[in-house]
Design a protein around this ligand. Structure first.
Ligand SMILES: N[C@@H](CCC(=O)N[C@@H](CS)C(=O)NCC(=O)O)C(=O)O
Length: 220
């Protein structure tokens, strides 16, 4: 079996995107070395040159691989998770059936590009700068709350034990961090019974629980 010991994950405990990759690594039983990037301290370590050389967008997560002694950096959590899926196929996080697989990707993208960018630190910091009078709760309700309501309606049709069907998938890997972020932002989860049920199911799995922000060594 291939060993992944040399993989390093540039991560921040509260980052929902880094949390996704921690879950995928955990579910696949892969060890990694965390490299902590503090997103707030000193104006944000993600903006420092050393980090920008790894990801010019200045965002975590970054997965660092060792390719014959030379470091290689991968960013974008979904690309990282698909890389892990292809390199370490078991346990599978994508279903075999083509349509079910597309549904997993659809719900993952709904979160990845339809919700998360609106709550990202650089988005909300810019908003505070250009529209200081805007009530952030309205913004979060409009983008995070409504996005989750749409996800709930999809989940009501497609979920089984997990978000899409009976097997844990990449869609669940994105769901759990997104609900964690929503709570932190004060978005109500009261009318999301399917998502809350699936989240509770996921958190029974060790891969999810050990990846939780509260269990990270850089937690404050
Ligand atoms: N689409 C990217 C999003 C990454 C992202 O937004 N990372 C956030 C933390 S969750 C970040 O590093 N933000 C730093 C900043 O905005 O300055 C991914 O999936 O990796």
């Amino acid at each position: 079996m291939e060993t992944a010991k040399l993989m390093k994950l540039h991560t921040y405990w509260r980052s929902s995107s880094a949390y996704r990759v921690r879950i995928a690594l955990g579910l696949k039983g892969l060890e990694y070395e965390p490299r902590f990037v503090h997103l707030v301290r000193a104006g944000g370590e993600q903006h420092q040159l050393g980090f920008l050389s790894k990801n010019p967008l200045g965002q975590v997560p970054v997965l660092e691989l060792d390719e014959q002694g030379a470091p290689v950096f991968l960013s974008q959590s979904l690309a990282i998770i698909e890389y892990l899926e292809e390199r370490f196929p078991k346990p599978a996080l994508l279903p075999r059936d083509l349509l079910t697989r597309a549904r997993v990707r659809e719900l993952s993208e709904l979160i990845n590009s339809g919700i998360q960018p609106f709550q990202n630190l650089s988005t909300t910091a810019f908003l505070a700068e250009v529209a200081p009078e805007l009530d952030k709760r309205l913004w979060y309700e409009r983008f995070v709350g409504q996005g989750l309501a749409i996800l709930e309606s999809r989940a009501a049709q497609w979920s089984g034990r997990y978000l899409v069907g009976e097997e844990v998938s990449i869609a669940d890997v994105l769901l759990v961090p997104q609900l964690y972020a929503a709570r932190r932002l004060g978005v109500s989860l009261d009318s999301l019974p399917t998502l809350s049920r699936v989240e509770a199911e996921c958190l029974k799995l060790e891969g999810f629980s050990t990846a939780h922000p509260d269990r990270q060594a850089d937690r404050e």
